[in-house]
Design a protein around this ligand. Sequence first.
Ligand SMILES: Cc1ncc(COP(=O)(O)O)c(C=O)c1O
Length: 512
Amino acid sequence: MYGQPSLRQRHGGFQRADKDTMSNHNAASLSISLEPDSGVPAHRQIHEQIRLLIESRRLPIGARLSSSRRLAAELGVSRMTTQTALDSLLAEGYLVSAPRRGLFVAEHLPLSAAPDAASLPTHISARDSGRDIIRFESGAAVADFPNQAWRRCLRQSWLSPSLELMEGTLPGGYPPLRSAVADMLYSLRGLRCAPEHILITAGNRDALTLVLNTLRRLHPERSSVWLETPCYPPVLNGLRGLGLTPKPLNVDSEGAQIPNAPEDPSQSTASLAALVTPARQYPLGHMMSARRRQQWLDHLAARSRNGDSLWLIEDDYDSEFIYEGRPQAPLSAADETGHSILLGSFSKSLFRSLRLGYIVAPPALIEPLRATQKTLGQAAALPLQPALHHFIDSGEFASHLRRMRRLYLDRRDQSLEMLHRAGLPLTPWPCRSGMHLIAELDHDCPLDDVQWAQRAETYHLQLDTLARHYWAEGQARHRGFLLGFSARDIDYQQRAMELLQQSLNAQARNPA
Ligand SMILES: Cc1ncc(COP(=O)(O)O)c(C=O)c1O
């Protein structure tokens, strides 16, 4: 659709383009559409749409843009408006100017832009351009956090801090907190474990780094890990950051499927571990079925009998929030091979910036994990651990969870109701737990999820697409959005829903 990049910035200068291959990109070929009702200034809308076209490489390196005068005439705005948009793209480094010849897409995009099409995130980050970005947020409702109780716990925890706490000589974390986590896991999930089996971490990412580094040391010949697709993108990035190769585990309505390919344990392609989210598949939300749980347990047992151990890493990130039915025990509670590792986090149950989580390790891994923690250094800050211990021990944590469960259930129901009233071509999936729902695109939806998210940017609505969570080539995918409902009040949610509706209506009036 767009001409080949005929003009390149090379050796610090421009080469003359072949006249025939160089075409101007005018408003029609850029499919810029302006929304007068969006409340976003026209120059900002033009700027954002051209930026997205450049970042997605739909406007390739070296492409020439029409002049500000011509764009203004085509879009029916003043020249000052188009000039302002083009000037800011120039200043940000998306465009370069060649004297007397015009504006061209720069060869080297700003660092914040996607480096190449293959790694382009399909979830586009909206930028703050003077107005707040609205999102369907799935985090903890921090405005409803019991600050008074937390303040009491902070105070109490620092009345006479122990020297060990300040010197950081508590491997595995603050012992009373480890005991409190063990009790909590028994009462919430029916998992029996001793405090010695628990290591306090700086959240899920730290836990994963510790576990994978440890497993890597134990099995240096192995370099791949089975990972669900779709999955939580930071986990995929974390694996790759450690030099591990992800192997795709497909997900169906029963949860993660069992690895289908046989593996030769003597080969470096044999996997170190499988990383799964049985309590609530992230992002699709399915609880693993009893049948699939048994298949996983059988698989672990068979591999263990063959002497070809596969470690199972279970990411349990928000199982505290179940609205229908009872929580399941983690797989590690039923695994008799001693190869299951449970990762938990307080990011969802308390708040994200706390950066505290835990690992429940099988006996054979405790010492190796501690050794890794010693080598890498302890990432979890100790001073907050006694406060968290008081918070759990005093019963505040349990009552906070009860209140949040009621609040999130109410927000879930209201969000479903709003979605229903909005009459959009989106079908919500049943949502029995967690903090977001999946809204799948209907077949007659005129846009795919990525296109809709791009449209929504103009309205300062940032949508989280399902597309962003799939990572395996050629895989059948659901199309839709993750609509978080937990973090914000109903007025905010209503605003997000209106913007969702407006961005689709804009498409109907102005198809790309
Ligand atoms: C799948 C999944 N795992 C883990 C986490 C928690 O990560 P962290 O403890 O690093 O905040 C989240 C939080 O959103 C998540 O969605």
